[in-house]
Design a protein around this ligand. Structure first.
Ligand SMILES: Cc1cc2nc3c(=O)[nH]c(=O)nc-3n(C[C@H](O)[C@H](O)[C@H](O)COP(=O)(O)OP(=O)(O)OC[C@H]3O[C@@H](n4cnc5c(N)ncnc54)[C@H](O)[C@@H]3O)c2cc1C
Length: 440
């Protein structure tokens, strides 16, 4: 394993080299605010920007440094496709609501692109497109139907390529074909976070990092927020803690399932390598149950690899680097001798219905459940929640993600004991599917 690690190996996100988390001591806590937001990731900050611009006094409280959760740790892939397919959603919500959610997700992406451009957030956002590799021939057939559905019904540009047409896209023979989403793209997640943080501050929100919230209670029509540094009275509270939702929020904890996700960065590759491996400059993932993600760093020098490198939720950095190195050289055997300079993990939040959710119980509002893709959606839903609390949404069509009641499951009480065996099972199924594909 040690041959995989670069001598300067760092157990922290590559993104932090350009935009490290702030280390300042937290400012004094206000005694009273209109809205206290718990969680200073994209969701909490987007909510805070809207509320502070609408004239509300806002404190954003985070247990760690602002952005220390998932928001500065991701692959940075962006797009407008809901992860769930139409058939699955239609079975529970009905065909029309399912399609409406898919269209709202596509519209959220358009909103997000306009928001980042309009606010002048410098985060290396490029719509360079996404390629989703087909793991089996059956997956490739499914992709053809999906691309047709996305293009004709949802308004998302999509097309498929057979294995003989992948040359201009990716230098691998791993995939049986691929679907291309040319309008998707990538960004630097830590710089997006830094941009949102600056907007929230400029709007007047007070950012109180390293201030864990220990409890929230309603008392005589107001909310009392107990923090490690003292209490705050608030008119409303927003829970934007996603996968990091902890014991003070037991009701939510039983509804938001935290799952570990990992990334690693290679050392700078010889000039021209990435242009050869990924000639179209697209971000890549695939149809495996345990899907991997691959992209060039924004400066075009390194390969960044994401995926569930270990069945465990808190795997060590060296294990992560080794697991993702294996994934990289399976895709690009040429990279066998390359070393990893960074490896890190973070937590994503799944909901029982696999959909993000905004809502409220009394004056405690929430924006939770990224289901693996929250760069666009948690920013969008945070802003929607802010507009709702500020009463600015009267003339807007309601969001389909504000469904009453965040669903729970009788077998889930807040400890995801099933994730390790489930990951191992998914890994086995992927290997089995590939074997069956070869034998067919
Ligand atoms: C490895 C990895 C790869 C990913 N790749 C992608 C991708 O390519 N595309 C994509 O769209 N999404 C991706 N994601 C998901 C995306 O990063 C998240 O959906 C998004 O950042 C969630 O933002 P958030 O604001 O809801 O939560 P977070 O950024 O996780 O913020 C929650 C915050 O709440 C704070 N908190 C929790 N409890 C308390 C408390 N009691 N008191 C005070 N503060 C508290 C935490 O400290 C944390 O900072 C990835 C995530 C990971 C980990």
């Amino acid at each position: 394993m040690s041959g995989v690690l670069h001598p300067d190996f760092r157990d922290r996100p590559y993104w932090w080299e350009g935009a490290p988390p702030e280390e300042e001591a937290p400012p004094p806590l206000p005694s009273r605010v209109d809205v206290a937001v718990v969680g200073a990731g994209y969701a909490g900050l987007a909510t805070a920007v809207v509320l502070a611009r609408a004239g509300r006094s806002v404190a954003v409280l985070d247990a760690g440094p602002a952005g220390g959760g998932a928001s500065t740790r991701s692959v940075g892939m962006i797009g407008g496709r809901l992860r769930q397919g139409h058939a699955g959603l239609a079975a529970t919500l009905g065909a029309d609501s399912a399609l409406a959610l898919m269209r709202e997700t596509a519209a959220a992406y358009r909103w997000f692109l306009g928001f980042v451009a309009g606010e002048g957030i410098d985060c290396d956002l490029r719509q360079s497109g996404r390629l989703i590799g087909a793991w089996t021939r059956r997956d490739a057939e499914g992709q053809k139907r999906l691309a047709e559905f996305l293009a004709s019904k949802v308004g998302i540009a999509a097309h498929c390529l057979g294995p003989d047409r992948l040359d201009g896209e990716i230098a691998t023979d791993l995939y049986r074909g691929a679907m291309v989403l040319p309008e998707d793209g990538g960004l630097d997640p830590a710089r997006l976070h830094a941009g949102l943080l600056a907007l929230a501050r400029a709007a007047g929100a007070r950012i109180c990092a390293r201030t864990p919230v220990l409890g929230v209670a309603e008392e005589a029509g107001a909310m009392r927020v107990t923090t490690a540094h003292g209490p705050i009275a608030a008119g409303d509270v927003v829970l934007a803690t996603n996968a990091y939702t902890g014991p003070p929020f037991a009701w939510y904890r039983r509804r938001v399932i935290p799952v570990g996700s990992y990334m690693a960065a290679t050392e700078p590759l010889p000039p021209g390598t990435l242009a050869r491996l990924l000639p179209a400059g697209r971000l890549v993932n695939d149809t495996r149950r345990l899907a991997y993600a691959f992209r060039a760093s924004p400066d075009g020098t390194r390969l960044l690899v994401g995926g569930r490198a270990s069945a465990r939720d808190h795997a060590g950095a060296a294990t992560v680097a080794a697991g993702l190195h294996r994934a990289a050289r399976t895709l690009f055997p040429d990279l066998a001798g390359v070393r990893m300079t960074h490896a890190w993990g973070g937590m994503v939040a799944f909901t029982v219905d696999r959909l993000p959710n905004i809502g409220a119980r009394g004056r405690l509002h929430h924006v939770l459940g990224c289901n693996g893709s929250g760069v666009v959606m948690n920013t969008y839903l945070g802003a929607r929640l802010g507009r709702r609390i500020a009463g600015l949404d009267h003339n807007e069509p309601p969001t389909g993600f504000a469904r009453d009641g965040l669903p729970s499951h009788p077998l889930y009480r807040g400890r995801p004991w099933f994730m390790s065996p489930l990951s191992a099972w998914y890994g086995l199924r992927d290997r089995f599917d590939r074997l069956a594909d070869r034998l067919n």
